[in-house]
Write a protein that binds this ligand. Structure first.
Ligand code: LLP
Length: 429
């Protein structure tokens, strides 16, 4: 379920007409619904808390999906922790008022500087992905006179996900320490001064809609927890990652409710039953995916002998998922189409100078004309957060809606900001 719907013939985000946002903020613009973000977070948190042994579960929203400060603040107010993957993300979580003790730091390539920043800030947990990182973390923390709580991210050799580029759990993928190595590394870590090992983490991929893949990986992790405990190690935490998928092909009136979340939580409960650990979760897409849209305006219609091109003002630099993962996003016209309106097959493309800048080919849409507004649906996750300035296009604006109010939570980048950060080499005089 989400809070984008037609009212009086025009698509609204909660109580705000998207026509109005386009007129006042310009296009392209991302628009996020506070109510949808809150709903998904609460649903997920309640479900996993209920499923976790003794109700001990912590949710760390994966901010890589959408790092807008307003989004982080909204989730922080609900008690969310944050899963980060860079110093920039740790800093942004702190800037959003998230307490350091609710921040997890993941990622295969943390630098010494990044680890130092995180340890100094006093974050809750570092998810260690290699022996080399273990050594570096211990060195950095002991230099600071600290002992950092950490878990090993394990590669379970079970990958899954909506696309090869977003599968992480296969042994062929770069992530985590291998299953066979964990025991030895755990024992080594006990002798290192700067690290306190608290448990394990796993994350097998993204946009996963089959519970079975999660279950297989989690069962392996639970067995590993048992083995490590038998060897006398402290294992108090099991971070089960993110990756739960969402429907991108949403019929207009369909309320897909909490079905998949419930199935996932029930499976987690089944697999971890009786285990004496605190569970962690790192959902990203699930929380913000369908809480956001990318609003764009039709610039030109370009009929050609075999195709009808619809050139819009958003491009692959603003929403790269179709170009990068062949991802599908629903397209809804902002002006509500009449029931049974005739459709035309459009290739919807952006202004960028490469053929990859194609959002969709041959999509049946109601007839559109120059200046019409359309919305790319389900663009709240990995939309703005993956945007760039390719072709010297300013980063798009972001807007949050709450009820009948909206606020620009990131103004469109100005041309001064876009160009003014370059520096000419001194030899130009
Ligand atoms: N935890 C870790 C360690 C991760 O690497 C990720 C995502 C998550 C949590 C959150 O996963 P989620 O719940 O959002 O699936 N740009 C791609 C998705 C990349 C996901 C990367 N890792 C896309 O647009 O589909």
């Amino acid at each position: 379920m989400h809070h984008f719907a037609y009212r009086d013939g025009s698509l609204h985000a909660e109580g705000v007409d998207l026509e109005r946002i386009a007129a006042e903020v310009g296009t392209p613009v991302y628009v996020y619904s506070t109510a949808t973000i809150e709903r998904h977070y609460k649903l997920f948190e309640a479900a996993v808390k209920q499923a976790a042994p003794a109700g001990k579960a912590h949710v760390f929203y994966a901010m890589k999906a959408n790092g807008n400060l307003g989004v982080l603040k909204t989730l922080g107010a609900l008690g969310a922790g944050i899963d980060t993957v860079s110093e920039g993300e740790v800093r942004k979580a702190l800037a959003a008022g998230i307490p350091a003790e609710r921040i997890v730091f993941s990622g295969v390539g943390k630098s010494e500087q990044e680890l130092r920043f995180a340890v100094e800030a006093g974050i809750y947990q570092v998810n260690i992905e290699s022996e080399s990182e273990l050594n570096l973390l211990s060195k950095v923390a002991s230099q600071l006179g600290k002992r950092q709580e950490a878990v090993f991210r394990v590669n379970p050799d079970i990958g899954a996900g909506g696309h090869a580029k977003i599968t992480t759990g296969s042994s062929e993928n770069k992530f985590g320490v291998s299953f066979e190595e964990v025991g030895r590394l755990y024992a080594r870590a006990a002798n290192l001064p700067g690290v306190r090992l608290m448990g394990l983490a796993v994350h097998i991929g993204s946009q996963i809609r089959e519970i079975d893949a999660f279950e297989a990986a989690y069962a392996k992790m639970v067995a590993l927890v048992g083995e490590l405990k038998d060897e006398g190690h402290r294992v108090e935490r099991l971070d089960l990652g993110g990756g739960l998928g969402i429907p991108y092909d949403i019929p207009r009136e369909f309320d897909y409710g909490p079905g998949l979340i419930e199935a996932y939580a029930a499976m987690v409960g089944r697999v971890t039953k009786g285990l004496d650990v605190e569970l962690g979760f790192e959902p990203g897409r699930l929380i913000v995916g369908n809480a956001g849209i990318l609003l764009t305006r039709v610039l030109h219609l370009n009929p050609r002998p075999t195709k009808q091109f619809l050139v819009v003002d958003a491009a692959m630099n603003d929403l790269v998922r179709p170009a990068m993962y062949e991802a599908y996003h629903e397209i809804w016209p902002v002006a509500e189409p009449a029931d049974g309106a005739a459709t035309t097959a459009y290739d919807v493309v952006g202004p960028i100078c490469e053929t990859g800048d194609t959002f969709t080919a041959g999509r049946a849409l109601p007839a559109l004309k120059q200046d019409d507004l359309i919305a790319f649906m389900t663009a709240g996750a990995y939309g703005a957060s993956m945007s760039s300035t390719y072709n010297q296009r300013p980063l798009v604006a972001e807007v949050m809606v709450k009820g009948d109010a909206y606020a620009v939570t990131r103004p469109r980048q100005s041309y001064e900001e876009l160009i003014g950060t370059d520096r000419l080499p001194g030899w130009f005089g």
